[in-house]
Design a protein around this ligand. Structure first.
Ligand code: 3PG
Length: 309
């Protein structure tokens, strides 16, 4: 019988697991669960006899893939797949997919949670500012970026976006101003929300020259990946500019150090929680299960992200 493993160190909501189970069992497959594991060896052991794997930010490297002798498909229930060694997967003949868009509203809503928290001085009682009429820059107009724009309209913000891969007309059709370069975005907007994936091209791309362009009262919101921000540049700009704030929901980097040094201008969620809602878990988890069933039964590779063997 085809075995599908859910391996999540940060578990899905129980209702999402129930939905995944239904999809898998209705297809005549077996569901195996490894949640809240604490050591890699538990994952390496669990993948040994499974045909398909559903993960979140769990690290799937060559060691895990080599241990998974029967594995045919890994689906990252979410958007970013920088946690998976794609070359190793291709070498092992394993198909890798993501579930684009399924958790993007959850992440976009958190952007505004962080922003309101930040502009209201972490609810400490001091007089803060409002978001209405402020210029918001959205870096990358993908699924999360679009949801951020939609919500920002409700706040009455003046919205700008830059995305080298999305035609300006598509951005403008949403009532968002498309700018010509990333520099223009940072130069124009005091609030910038990052929605770029972590790739070789984007790693450390939010650097000192870019951050320096931001107008007074600058706020960078990072619900994407810590790797896209040059942390030494961030430390430098926080040191130099008393008006600069950084609000993040990414895996820890130099958080403890910066949070201790700039308690009123640097905030990081204790755990990455952007996609941690029942709805996002259900949407992404069930999409992952459906994609696995469709791949195993029909060979559908619509959401494949790695090279073919
Ligand atoms: C994603 O890439 O989909 C988000 O960063 C969510 O990650 P998570 O599933 O680990 O919460």
């Amino acid at each position: 019988m085809t075995k599908v493993l859910i391996a999540t160190d940060k578990p899905f909501a129980a209702i999402a697991v129930k939905g995944i189970r239904q999809e898998v069992e209705n297809a005549g497959m077996e569901l195996v669960l490894l949640e809240k594991y604490t050591e890699k060896k538990q994952l390496v052991e669990a993948v040994k006899e499974v045909d398909a794997l559903i993960i979140r930010s769990d690290i799937i490297d060559a060691e895990v893939l080599n241990a998974a002798q029967q594995l045919k498909i890994v689906v990252r229930a979410g958007a970013g797949y920088d946690n998976i060694d794609l070359n190793a997967a291709t070498a092992c003949g394993v198909c890798v997919m993501n579930t684009p868009g399924q958790n993007s509203n959850a992440v976009a809503e958190l952007v505004f949670g962080l922003l309101v928290y930040g502009v209201r001085g972490y609810f400490g009682g001091a007089s803060g500012t409002e978001l209405k009429d402020k210029k918001l820059g959205i870096l990358a107009y993908g699924n999360v970026g679009r949801n951020v724009a939609r919500i920002a309209k409700g706040f009455g913000m003046d919205i700008y976006a830059f995305d080298p891969y999305t035609p300006a007309q598509i951005i403008e059709n949403d009532g968002v101003k498309a700018v010509a370069s990333v520099e223009d975005l940072f130069r124009t907007c005091a609030i910038v929300s990052l929605h770029i994936p972590a790739t070789e091209e984007t790693k450390n791309s939010i650097n000192y020259p870019l951050l320096s362009l931001m107008p007074k009262g600058a706020i960078v919101v990072n619900t994407a990946r810590k790797e896209v921000v040059d942390e030494s540049a961030l430390a430098r700009i926080l040191e130099e500019r008393q008006d600069f704030k950084y609000l993040s929901d990414v895996k820890p980097g130099i958080d403890a150090e910066l949070a201790a040094k700039y308690p009123d201008r640097y905030f990081a969620t204790p755990k990455k929680v952007g996609a941690q809602t029942a709805e996002a878990n259900i949407n992404a988890g069930i999409a992952a299960a459906k994609q696995i069933v469709d791949f195993i039964r029909n060979g559908n590779i619509q959401f494949k992200v790695n090279e073919s063997v």
